[in-house]
Design a protein around this ligand. Structure first.
Ligand code: LCS
Length: 406
């Protein structure tokens, strides 16, 4: 990580979005209220007309939620944030705000499964057409652009393949065609990647992952760069209704105070685990942006401040061997989601990316044998030991099968 930037960012993680509160409270109070009392009928009318500033109703805006939104907007270098009920609510609000029937979207093939499904079902039903391309190949993005392309949507590193897309080059292509560049920055968090610096117009996150970091909240956020876009998105979010609530906002804001040190530890642990797996004879292939073998290793070094906590790999014995591994881990927990302090392991083809269907999975190079590991902040030796004992089980089983076939 860049030293200067890290120090600055660490401080922001602790202080961004904080204000002055009643009784000298150091942290933002949880305004656990659905509605706000008006001083008079005239005051209520003035708030609704936008003539006075203030809170009206929590679906529209709430101070605890706003504190979190301001915090993440500052961390991403944007103008304002919009807190959503989940990462998927954020994705839906982005497409609901930016597109209409007849528009076209270019989207990475390697994105969180339900994002593909949303574009192929609900957005398609509304008349929005999507072309999915491997955005790690910039030329494919260029050739997928059509006169009616409204949005270029990139997830980098992609879930689950960890393919890296060139944010700067793709932003240039999008802007040359009057399209809006949207980046899902969930896998990196603002600690490791700043898409706006590379030309992105909109950044979104599943807060459920690294930003919250403690596997106890479902939430999402959208960060925009200007007031006009903010007002437009706020209207859409208010209509769609998928807002985050005050208590979850408080928890995420609390989690962000340690974002910088957590991300540092995720990165430190993940490279050790990735190198261990890459050398293991039962592992066929490891995908981790911090390994020289990663196809976009150089690009990752250029646009990321660290390689992150996510690793995917394939075992020599394919899906069956992967199942034995996932059933044998003890410290790593077999569960979807990612980005928490605890290590989690899961199988994309039958779990997170099941809904998109086999054909779309094959196009996104999500093979049946791929296993995904979210490396937590435990002591790295304990994580490696756990994988070692689980790989030993895979080895025992394969040896028995060989004996059996003789
Ligand atoms: N974007 C990315 C990159 C994600 O990984 C996820 C969730 C979402 C958006 C949606 O966020 P949510 O609505 O769940 O807050 N990814 C998950 C995963 O890989 N396993 O379980 C959830």
């Amino acid at each position: 990580m860049n030293k200067e930037q890290k120090k600055d960012f660490e401080t922001k993680c602790v202080h961004a979005g904080m204000g002055e509160y009643e009784f000298g409270s150091v942290v933002p109070p949880i305004y656990q209220t659905s509605t706000f009392k008006f001083k008079s009928a005239q005051h209520g009318a003035a708030l609704f007309a936008g003539e006075e500033k203030g809170y009206i109703y929590t679906r529209m805006l709430n101070p605890t939620v706003e504190a979190l939104e301001n915090c993440i907007a500052e961390l991403e270098g944007g103008y304002k944030g919009l807190g959503c009920a989940s990462g998927m609510a954020a994705v839906h609000t982005v497409f609901g705000s930016l597109t209409q029937a007849g528009d076209h979207v270019v989207c990475s093939t390697a994105v969180y499964g339900p994002t593909t499904t949303l574009l192929n079902s609900i957005m398609k039903k509304y008349g929005v057409e999507t072309t999915f391309v491997d955005t790690s190949n910039t030329e494919l993005v260029r050739s997928a652009i059509k006169p009616n392309t409204k949005v270029v949507y990139v997830e980098t590193p992609g879930n689950p393949t960890l393919a890296i897309s060139d944010l700067k080059e793709i932003s240039k292509i999008a802007h040359a065609n009057n399209a809006i560049m949207v980046v899902d920055n969930t896998f990196m968090s603002p600690a490791l990647q700043s898409p706006i610096e590379f030309g992105a117009d909109i950044v979104l996150h599943s807060l459920t992952k690294f930003l919250n970091g403690h596997a106890d909240v479902v939430g999402g956020i959208i960060v925009v760069k200007d007031e006009e876009t903010y007002k437009h998105f706020r209207k859409t979010l208010n209509q769609l209704g998928g807002v985050i609530d005050p208590f979850n906002s408080f928890l995420v804001h609390r989690g962000i105070k340690t974002l910088s040190i957590r991300m540092q530890k995720h990165c430190e642990n993940a490279i050790v685990v990735a190198e261990y797996l890459e050398k293991h004879p039962l592992i066929k292939k490891v995908f981790y942006p911090g390994l020289k073998s990663h196809p976009q290793y150089e690009l990752a070094k250029k646009q990321q401040k660290g390689s992150g906590g996510m690793i995917t790999f394939e075992l020599e014995g394919g899906f069956e061997a992967g199942q034995v591994l996932m059933n044998s881990v003890k410290l790593c927990q077999l569960a979807v989601s990612l980005g928490g302090v605890e290590s989690l392991i899961q199988h994309p083809a039958s779990m997170t990316h099941f809904s998109m269907g086999r054909e779309a999975r094959m196009a996104a190079e999500i093979s049946d044998g791929l296993v995904r590991l979210s490396v937590g902040i435990e002591n790295v030796n304990d994580i490696v030991k756990d994988l070692e004992q689980a790989l030993e089980k895979v080895n025992e089983l394969q040896s028995k099968e060989v004996e059996h076939s003789l």
